[in-house]
Ligand binder design. Structure first.
Ligand SMILES: *Cc1c(COP(=O)(O)O)cnc(C)c1O
Length: 223
């Protein structure tokens, strides 16, 4: 199957309110251009250097999403152009993103990554840490970031019940954001996105309330 037909098949299966991020990490620009020519404009990468190289080479109407873990000292390289940072999991990182956004005279959109899996290796905040972050005075001072919502990754398992439980957990944390004191104000005024679901589990993620899916191998083939 070609990249173009993979992409079209997936796009046809997505409800209108679900945004597709084409995860192109490790793939060459020629592959990304096939997706671009098929109409795809949102690409997800997990390494800042690789994303920046591709941004320089490719058409400028692409929205670049950083989906990987971000080191504070590298934020400056993507700050001029990044469209959405999915994996934000600390106040310190938000403060650095805010600082670099200010330097570039822009606002940078972010998702807060929530830890929902049972694996030790996944990054993210738990619910208490999320609420602590949102209540902190440091957070309220940030004027050049906008939190669009939450992101999470389920455990890598065949057990659909487990995955469903984790996605449902993320959705319930998302719903509880609406009850947060800061909701609708400052950096939280545009909360609307739940980024969950990858090639293996995106249909289930959508059933559980996902509004943004990050799909790589089902579009571009294995890595
Ligand atoms: C690689 C990656 C994806 C895409 O995974 P596929 O299984 O290839 O669809 C989604 N989200 C994150 C955070 C990733 O690192």
């Amino acid at each position: 199957m070609s990249i173009q037909s993979n992409l079209n098949t997936i796009k046809e299966s997505l409800p209108e309110h679900v945004t597709l991020v084409a995860v192109s990490k490790t793939k060459p620009v020629s592959d990304l251009m096939q997706a671009y020519e098929a109409g795809q404009r949102i690409f997800g990468e997990n390494k800042i250097q690789e994303m920046t190289d591709k941004w320089e080479e490719m058409p400028k109407d692409i929205q670049w999403h950083m989906i990987g873990h971000v080191q504070s000292n590298k934020v400056k390289f993507m700050a001029p152009y990044v469209s959405l940072i999915h994996g934000v999991d600390s106040l310190k990182l938000l403060q650095e993103i805010n600082k670099q956004a200010l330097k570039n005279n822009r606002i940078i959109d972010c998702l807060l990554q929530i830890y929902i899996a049972e694996e030790e290796s996944k990054f993210g905040l738990d619910e208490d840490e999320l609420n602590e972050l949102l209540a902190s005075s440091g957070f309220k001072e940030l004027e050049n970031i906008r939190i669009l919502g939450l992101m999470g990754m389920a455990t890598f398992t065949e057990d659909q019940n487990q995955v469903k439980k984790e996605f449902t957990h993320l959705k319930s944390i998302f719903d509880s954001l609406e009850k947060n004191d800061a909701y609708g104000k400052g950096a939280l005024q545009c909360v609307s996105t739940i980024s969950m679901g990858m090639s293996g589990d995106y249909q289930l993620a959508i059933e559980c309330g996902s509004t943004m899916v990050r799909i790589g191998s089902s579009i571009f083939g294995g890595r």
